[in-house]
Ligand binder design. Structure first.
Ligand code: MLT
Length: 264
């Protein structure tokens, strides 16, 4: 499905009925990274997946991106779908956008699942890495980004034994426009430190991390779990950064249990 909001086209899916659960994808992927969650959970809940600005079927305008703008896009989609409050699941960049969303629209948040993400802003070295990656995207195109990113997103075992999943991840990355890749990199480099926000998060919160995640390791997840009041932490074995794709049953079970509890 598509809609026009904030002057661009946004692609999204809306399946099922019940408690709305909104899924925000990682960089530089798109909403198809949540297909397995959509299939498994839409018999119990209303599952909304969004192609964030710059990705998938959404427009990737050549302009300045911010994570606040992505949070505004999500809010506009909620308004369009007439959803007042939802459970939000954000993985990595999706989690960074949830921090921005919570700062602006906490009243719309019934619960948060922060997966394979982290609260601190980029270090100077991290910002420099984003600058270099944007230059690779510009000079060599999205398949060079897939070469760099795939080993950061998936565990070595998945890369060796699950060619279909590797191909799906590469295809998502290769489908991006350069404006979307570079726009996200600039937006992530400019994002503020969210550590001061953590102890102000008042909604029920579940943290999930793959035990092998090197991009946002379990130490980042533990910090969020310590600082967000009453947050729960789940560490998924045999998964790296894309824990929802590498261990979908375990990931889905955690989301489903948390969502059922929220409905009580
Ligand atoms: C992601 O998966 O969204 C990225 O690894 C986040 C990042 O680059 O900080």
């Amino acid at each position: 499905m598509h809609t026009q909001l904030n002057n661009i086209t946004i692609g999204y899916s809306d399946q099922g009925t019940g408690l709305p659960i909104v899924f925000l994808h990682a960089f530089p992927l798109n909403r198809t990274m949540w297909e397995v969650q959509e299939q498994a959970l839409s018999s119990q809940f209303r599952i909304i997946t969004i192609d964030l600005r710059g990705h998938g079927e959404s427009d990737a305008p050549l302009w300045h991106y911010t994570l606040d703008q992505s949070a505004d896009d999500v809010r506009a989609l909620l308004d369009h779908l007439e959803i007042q409050r939802a459970l939000f699941v954000g993985l990595s960049m999706g989690g960074y956008i949830l921090f921005a969303f919570y700062r602006r629209y906490a009243a719309r948040v019934k619960g948060l699942i922060l997966a394979d993400t982290k609260a601190p802003a980029d270090t100077e070295e991290g910002k420099n890495g984003r600058f270099q990656l944007a230059q690779i995207a510009y000079r060599q195109g999205p398949s060079a980004i897939a070469d760099v990113m795939t080993p950061k997103l998936l565990s070595p075992a998945t890369i060796q034994t699950n060619p279909n999943l590797v191909q799906h991840v590469r295809a998502m990355i290769e489908g991006n426009q350069i404006s979307g890749i570079a726009g996200d990199l600039m937006a992530m480099a400019e994002r503020p430190d969210s550590i001061p926000l953590l102890n102000h998060i008042a909604c029920p919160t579940q943290i999930i991390v793959g035990e092998l995640d090197q991009a946002t390791p379990p130490s980042d997840a533990k910090l969020m779990a310590e600082q967000i009041p009453h947050a729960r932490l789940a560490i998924i074995p045999n998964a790296a950064h894309l824990a929802n794709l590498e261990q979908p049953e375990c990931f889905n079970q955690i989301v489903s249990a948390f969502a059922l509890n929220l409905e009580k």
